[in-house]
Every structure is written in C-alpha cells, then in structure tokens.
Design a protein around this ligand. Structure first.
Ligand SMILES: Cc1cc2nc3c(=O)[nH]c(=O)nc-3n(C[C@H](O)[C@H](O)[C@H](O)COP(=O)(O)O)c2cc1C
Length: 249
C-alpha cells in the first residue's frame, strides 16, 4: 500500500477537533480548513488518513496527531521542500506567538553547492570544535538535502526582552517542524559547537549582532516513518494549582 494512501489506526488520548485541510493547487495556495468537532470520546481510537504532499490530495492531520506523531528524523533524503513551499510553510509558522510581532529571526537555506561549501567549512573547523573527525563532520553535514539555518536577529534595547524574542523564535521553529511533518517532510534541529565557529558564521554571513541557532535538517524520512502516536509523558508532577494562603488579619 502506498505510504500516502495508508490509513492508520491511531489512539486518541484527548478530545480532538479535527481540521480537514484541502489544498487544491500549487504550494502557495491556502489550505481550506474546516474545523470538525470530534464526535469521539477522548479515549476512543481514531482513524486518520496519512498526510500527503500530493497537491491534488486531501491533507488531513489533526493537531494532536501532528504533535504526537512528529519525531526528530535522522535519516533524510530527497525531496526537501523547494523555496516556494518552504516560504509557504514559514509564512504560517511565523504566526506563532511573538510578543510585539518582531519576527526576530531569519533563515538561510543551504543545499546543493551551498551545502558542499558548508560541509567543507565544518570539516576544516572540526578539529577545533567537534569531537568527530573532519571526514565524519563533513559527512554529517550531508545528512539531509536541505539545511535550513536558523539565525536569531534580536532587537537590542527593545522593550520586549531578548529572552522573549528567543522564545518567539523557538515557537516559530516548532510550528515549522510540525507543518513540515504534516506535509510529509521530516526534520531535526541540530546545533553543536559549529554554531559558534567564526568561519562558519563568516561563510553564512551571520552578523555580530546575530546568533546562529543551528540548522533544521529537512528532507523526506527514510525509511518512511510509521507515524504512530507516541505515549505522552506523565507530567503530572510538573503541574500544580495555586491556592492562596489566607491573609493574616
Ligand atoms: C534547540 C535544539 C537543539 C538540538 N540539537 C540537536 C543536536 O545538535 N543533535 C541532535 O542529534 N539532536 C538535536 N536536537 C534534537 C533533539 O535531540 C530531539 O528533539 C530529542 O532527542 C527528542 O526527540 P524528538 O524530537 O523525536 O522528540 C535538538 C533539539 C532542539 C530543540
């Protein structure tokens, strides 16, 4: 059975509102979202049609499924999203919570010859920065067809403190990873000491006021992932309810 036609039986762990997203034409066409209140009980199984990158096909993935079935994908092959499709997904990801709507980030897409140049530069720097050999470092840079470089571009002396700008950048990156996943692409955020390398920063033209936050390695997962939902973590010990103490008279 073709991956994109597969229908998975997945376990629902929470009440869901599914959104049927229909894409009719090119990658820049808006998704038509029709929220559908779930008729399922929260502990019932749900059937979810696997996502598809075929623009002629319906894309159906509710938010809970997208969140629980995403994984950091370590083996990524062609195809990766083209410039147009990346921009389309990023426009949506950019709507993530962002105090002041500052968009304090930018992306540098690295592929093809650019990836060769980055791989060479990383290999040259690996002696100083990496526990791996230059050859291993070079090979590791080629683990995905697209390396989307995330650059943090904070506004200094702004009333929105830098940590909030970084939080907004993280929120955008997470949204982008979920959107890529729902589209059938895989990704993994990789960092490491090379993000601090002066040569790498120079090669990518990262300014002194900017911070290199690493790379989203993007491509098509290999082998095709099963897209099973993972069991959510038990985080009950991370939740408390505030009860005010009675104020002494
Ligand atoms: C800011 C950030 C930096 C990361 N850097 C690396 C990295 O350098 N190498 C790596 O293998 N994974 C890296 N990851 C991915 C994590 O290892 C991964 O999210 C974690 O293992 C959980 O796996 P999951 O994403 O499949 O849930 C990074 C993730 C984040 C959010």
């Amino acid at each position: 059975m073709a991956r994109r036609d597969k229908v998975s039986k997945l376990t629902s762990l929470s009440p869901l509102h599914t959104a049927r997203a229909t894409r009719t034409h090119g990658p820049d066409q808006p998704l038509r979202l029709v929220p559908q209140p779930s008729r399922r009980r929260h502990d019932q199984d749900v059937t979810v049609r696997e996502h598809s990158r075929n623009p002629d096909k319906e894309v159906i993935m509710d938010v809970m499924t997208a969140v629980l079935s995403r994984r950091s994908e370590r083996r990524l092959a062609e195809p990766a999203p083209g410039e147009e499709e990346f921009a389309y997904l990023l426009r949506a990801a950019a709507t993530a919570p962002d105090h002041g709507r500052l968009l304090p980030w930018r992306w540098i897409l690295v592929r093809g010859e650019g990836r060769d140049a980055l791989a060479g530069c990383c290999a040259d720097n690996s002696v100083r920065t990496e526990p791996r050999s230059p050859r291993q470092t070079e090979a590791s840079t080629r683990r995905a067809p697209l390396l989307a470089t995330l650059v943090f571009t904070p506004l200094s002396d702004h009333k929105v403190p830098e940590w909030e700008q970084l939080a907004a950048t993280s929120a955008m990156a997470n949204s982008l990873m979920l959107l890529l996943h729902a589209r059938g692409f895989g990704s993994i955020w990789r960092t490491g000491r090379l993000t601090e390398s002066a040569q790498v920063r120079r090669l990518l033209d990262v300014q002194p006021s900017e911070r290199l936050l690493g790379w989203l390695y993007i491509g098509t997962p290999e082998p095709a992932p099963a897209h099973t939902r993972r069991t959510p973590y038990d985080v009950t010990d991370r939740i408390s309810t505030f009860t005010p103490h009675p104020v002494a008279a």
